[in-house]
Design a protein. Structure first.
Length: 339
């Protein structure tokens, strides 16, 4: 008499609830999911509370008003992914607005000024990157020095507001690109979207992107794997400098002026957007699209306060500070669970 062996049990698959829990507790995806849910919740709350909040142009204005910050956050994402920090981006943005406005006032062509600004700010990023890698200076100190340098140069150029009246520049700044009958965006939004798309491609489909993530995960392991760690550490600050210069040009489109005190504290907005968007301050985890969500969260907070009408603009800083604190704690909790 033969005894039949019991049929093997099918492999157990995690429940849907378990899968959701795994995603939420994953330091790579958890903060991004929380940010996305937070953004949707804020938009829904605004739609129920304030009349006119559901106007599509209100959402479009989130991108129009924050196009420069989107570009700034892209550069900051590259830096923070490697475990670094860049405190100079706000001052470099201001410097690029001052250079742009002063050269336009002197009669230079925008077609010459914009590439020149991008080259200068990229070169400053190169100097910062070289200081950090080859002289082993902490990113906090190196970028703080660059911040003082850039802000000081703003005052050397002028300590008063420089208005931009160049007809070509003004025409570009005031151009509206229709999307729907009552919905339009500006060229700055198109440029910001292009920068975001390029950054996504670089980080996820090129060797440079893989090296950026590897440095943030473990720089020593990256060296042992033969990755170009030194070149990449320098290059991320060049990218940040380029993005800061481009953000300055977009800010000039937005304000049609240059002013030495422009963008004070904007570096903190960029850092907050990147961290709220799910990029770990220690590096190795994060997405550019998460940083985009972070920028939109900051913009939505400002929009809600504007619609309310009873709160001062300082409440924006209070809410952003509280959110940043929450997300830093969330990062620590999620990474501790993985250890």
């Amino acid at each position: 008499m033969t005894v039949l062996a019991p049929a093997p049990r099918p492999a157990e698959t995690p429940s849907r609830l378990g899968q959701v829990r795994n995603w939420l507790t994953n330091p790579k995806y958890g903060p991004v999911i929380v940010t996305a849910v937070l953004l949707v919740g804020m938009l829904v709350a605004g739609a129920f509370r304030y009349r006119g909040f559901t106007n599509p142009q209100v959402i479009a204005n989130l991108f129009i008003d924050n196009a420069y910050l989107l570009v700034l956050a892209v550069g900051m994402t590259f830096v923070i992914l490697t475990g670094g920090i860049d405190l100079s981006v706000g001052a470099v943005l201001a410097m690029s607005t001052m250079i742009t406005a002063s050269l336009l006032q002197s009669g230079w062509s925008p077609g010459v000024i914009i590439p020149l600004v991008l080259v200068l700010t990229s070169f400053l990023g190169l100097l910062v990157g070289l200081m950090i890698h080859y002289f082993q200076i902490q990113p906090f100190i190196a970028t703080l020095a660059a911040m003082f340098l850039a802000r000081g140069l703003c005052y050397v150029i002028s300590n008063t507001t420089i208005s931009i009246v160049d007809p070509v520049f003004v025409a570009l700044a005031q151009t509206r690109i229709p999307i729907l009958p009552r919905l339009s965006i500006t060229p700055s939004v198109i440029i910001a979207i292009f920068v975001v798309a390029a950054a996504v491609f670089v980080l996820h489909y090129t060797r440079l992107g893989r090296t950026v993530y590897a440095i943030g995960g473990s720089e020593q392991s990256g060296v042992l794997m033969g990755l170009p760690v030194a070149r990449t550490k320098v290059l991320v600050y060049v990218i940040s400098g380029f993005c800061s210069g481009l953000a300055g040009v977009l800010y000039s489109f937005y304000t049609l002026s240059g002013y030495a005190l422009t963008a004070i504290g904007t570096e903190l907005d960029a850092i907050a957007a990147v961290v709220i968007g799910g990029t770990l301050l220690t590096g190795g985890y994060g997405f550019v699209l998460g940083s985009v969500l972070g920028v939109l969260v900051l913009g939505t907070i400002q929009t809600l306060i504007t619609f309310d009408g009873n709160l001062t603009s300082w409440w924006t800083r209070i809410f952003i500070g509280a959110l940043l604190l929450v997300f830093i704690i969330l990062q620590k909790v999620l990474t501790a669970r993985r250890v």
